[in-house]
Design a protein around this ligand. Structure first.
Ligand code: NIG
Ligand code: FE
Length: 409
């Protein structure tokens, strides 16, 4: 059954825009009084509402009252949403002046979340995850990447992946799982780092493949996490096994993004410490540069050089990094609005970074633009001009959200 949704005051399909490089706002196509024709969860046609109604008299009409701006659903391509517990203690120490790495060394940090997450059953974890996903969905985020990384043993990483699967079966957003068993070397692992990496490669990743629990692998390259040399060996093998690669790169020090580009990672995320050389290398590659302003806000540190990355020719995505430690806020639109203000990103670049460019970071090409044949994942904001959305810096939320053409909100 065909369904025609509209009229929208403006539809921004975000189609026909470049995958890399800067985008001026006047490149944005704006369809006034627009309509979306959907069929079986996909977009059949986008255009003038009146014209679509005339040419599709048999279509069911879902009428939109009042001014609304329609955008593709947002895609959050980097989160750590599968966790239990809180790290409010860490945050209090940070605002009192301790650094993220100091807190980690003195018993807080990622390991604290590992302890709290290990203590939760997979059903409890799935429940927490469902609540967070629903919050994201209400804010127009229809595809969400979710990392493990708070299990850090074969059994506990599998528990996290199973929790993600249970949650995915119980929410309408698409959840894209990523194995981050290499978040840090677990404190209770008795052996050298090479042995841990071998364990993950030989025992965990084959099981993940076999049970189809994830097709992406991530690693945190940093002092206190994994070295560039160890990470490069690990990622080459994971890639040969058929996993897409993504990297926590250049957060506090450089090195990670070079590894990411060398192994052909789909994305290099964080990049707050990236300099001219790293920017150039990323821009020349097919690796998406993912800025995580939520981590900058949570840590009180500088943002990734988003403007320079775009100017150099990179593909820039923006994600929330929502996690209990460095980025507890989890409001993607607010974070992207703030990043655009500080980094001078155009509205077009910011929307691209939250939609089709974020989809590329997940190797997904069926969403992120409103075009014939793409998923009808959409969100509508109650205003009359698309520029209102970033202007309100996250306070203006969508009041309608659709996943695969089904209206959820
Ligand atoms: O992306 N940097 C490493 N990992 C996460 C933080 C996870 C945590 O602090 O629990 C990040 O910021
Ligand atoms: Fe992260």
């Amino acid at each position: 059954m065909k369904k025609l949704i509209g009229p929208f005051t403006q539809i921004l399909p975000l189609s026909g825009l470049p995958v890399k490089e800067p985008i001026a706002d006047d490149a944005l196509q704006i369809i006034p009084q627009g309509g979306i024709l959907t069929e079986n969860g996909l977009i059949a046609e986008v255009g003038d509402f009146g014209t679509l109604r005339k040419s599709n008299p048999q279509a069911e009409i879902e009428e939109i009252q009042g001014d609304h701006i329609l955008l593709p659903g947002f895609i959050d391509c980097h989160t750590h949403l599968c966790f239990a517990g809180s790290r409010a203690k860490d945050y209090a120490l940070r605002i009192a002046g301790k650094s993220y790495l100091e807190i980690a060394r003195s018993g807080g940090g990622i390991w604290d979340s590992v302890t709290q997450t290990r203590a939760a059953s997979k059903y409890l974890l799935a429940g927490f995850l469902v609540d967070r996903v629903k919050r994201h969905l209400r804010n127009g985020v229809t595809t969400i990447e979710v990392k493990t990384g708070y299990g850090l043993s074969i059994e506990q990483e599998l528990k996290q992946l199973e929790a993600i699967k249970i949650a995915a079966d119980n929410v309408r957003a698409d959840l894209i799982p990523t194995c981050l068993a290499t978040h840090i070397l677990p404190k209770d692992f008795n052996g050298p780092v090479e042995e841990y990496l071998e364990l993950i490669l030989n025992k965990l990743l084959p099981k993940i493949k076999q049970e189809n629990l994830a097709n992406r692998v991530d690693i945190f390259i940093e002092d206190g996490a994994f070295s560039t040399a160890d990470a490069a060996c690990y990622l080459e093998v994971a890639k040969k096994m058929g996993f897409d690669i993504t990297v926590h790169a250049d957060q506090f020090s450089t090195g990670g993004s070079e590894v990411a580009v060398t192994v052909g990672a789909v994305s290099a995320d964080h990049l707050e410490a990236s300099g001219e050389q790293e920017i150039k290398r990323l821009a020349a590659s097919e690796t998406v540069a993912v800025a995580l302003p939520g981590a900058s806000l949570g840590l009180g540190m500088g943002f990734a050089p988003a403007r320079k990355l775009l100017n150099a020719g990179a593909c820039l995505a923006i994600a929330s990094d929502w996690n209990p430690g460095s980025a507890p806020m989890g409001d993607l639109l607010l974070q992207a609005s703030v990043l655009s203000a500080y980094e001078k990103l155009t509205t077009a670049e910011t929307f691209a970074a939250l939609t089709f460019r974020a989809a590329k970071a997940l190797n997904l090409y069926d969403r992120g633009v409103l075009e014939t044949g793409k998923l009808a994942d959409m969100q509508a904001y109650p205003c009359a001009d698309y520029r209102e959305i970033l202007y309100h810096q996250g306070r203006l939320k969508p009041d309608k959200v659709w996943k695969a053409s089904e209206q959820l909100i």
